[in-house]
Design a binder for this molecule. Structure first.
Ligand code: PEP
Ligand code: MN
Length: 271
């Protein structure tokens, strides 16, 4: 129930601004970019430098991958985190990576600036309690079957556990539509702004599953008041070890950032 939300509620609370490195979630428009999975040092460093040049403010890359099939690439684990650390050193960009297991929260926080909780783990209450004790900001993705109330209750778990820095991420929900991987719930953005003081970003890649739809949904996210974007980018999407169909090329990414920055400037003029 939405009435259960106290710390996450907009009522009696100021809007949260979360500073990570040089960027402020909730006040800057933050573009997080990178491959779905960290695949190798060469791949990650190349992409990291390229997305920085293309206008990214932060880097992403999965080291622990929640794959539907146990036979699919599961991620490089610690090796992947060390590669992300190197990419961070070389580019100066902060990094976000998904944590799957409560036992990994404490040590993983040494390698990344933000811990991501994926859609499949949104209601993993042991994991939520554990990240509540972390001093790292948490990127909490919306469960693919979850209501806004359930989502905000999960944020409440983290806040009540002692960690005030939660960034929400709308990444699409399951509907009867099958042309897209999920359905991007754009109305969640202004709705979340009515309900909570926490920043919300949008992941148009997992929401649509199609690279061709990422630009328009990114623009729609900006127009809807999102605080940032999370997009998947690869030097060679066709060869990506996960989520290749929704992954942008470097060229598509820099075109996207140019357009969203222009729209953002226009939107600021409306206020
Ligand atoms: C991801 O960010 O690569 C990911 C697995 O996202 P989600 O949990 O939204 O599917
Ligand atoms: Mn992915």
């Amino acid at each position: 129930m939405m009435n259960d939300i106290k710390l996450a509620s907009l009522k009696n609370n100021e809007r949260t601004i979360i500073q990570v490195g040089g960027v402020k979630f909730g006040s800057d428009f933050v573009v997080i970019a990178g491959p779905c999975s960290v695949e190798s040092e060469e791949q990650m460093l190349k992409i990291a430098h390229a997305v920085k040049a293309g206008g990214a403010n932060m880097l992403r890359g999965g080291a622990f991958k929640p794959r539907t099939s146990p036979y699919a690439f599961q991620g490089l684990g610690l090796k992947g985190l060390k590669i992300l650390e190197k990419a961070r050193e070389e580019t100066g960009l902060s990094v976000v990576s998904e944590v799957l297991d409560p036992r990994d929260v404490a040590w993983m926080g040494e390698y990344v600036d933000i811990l991501q909780i994926g859609t499949r783990n949104m209601q993993n209450f042991s994991l939520l309690k554990e990240v509540g004790k972390s001093n790292r900001p948490i990127l909490l993705k919306r469960g693919m079957y979850s209501t806004l109330s359930e989502w905000l209750n999960c944020a409440e778990y983290i806040l009540s556990g002692g960690n005030p820095n939660v960034i929400l991420c709308e990444r699409g929900i399951r509907t009867f539509e099958s042309y897209t991987r999920n359905t991007l719930d754009l109305s969640a953005i202004p709705a979340i702004k009515e309900l909570t003081h926490l920043p919300i970003i949008v992941d148009p890649a997992h929401a649509t599953g199609k690279a061709s739809l990422v630009l328009s949904m990114s623009l729609a996210a900006v127009a809807s008041g999102a605080d940032g974007l999370l997009v998947e980018v690869h030097t060679n999407p066709k060869e990506a070890l996960s989520d290749k169909d929704q992954t942008l090329t470097l060229k598509q990414f820099s075109e996207l950032t140019k357009k969203i920055r222009a729209l953002q400037t226009f939107m600021e003029g409306l206020n």
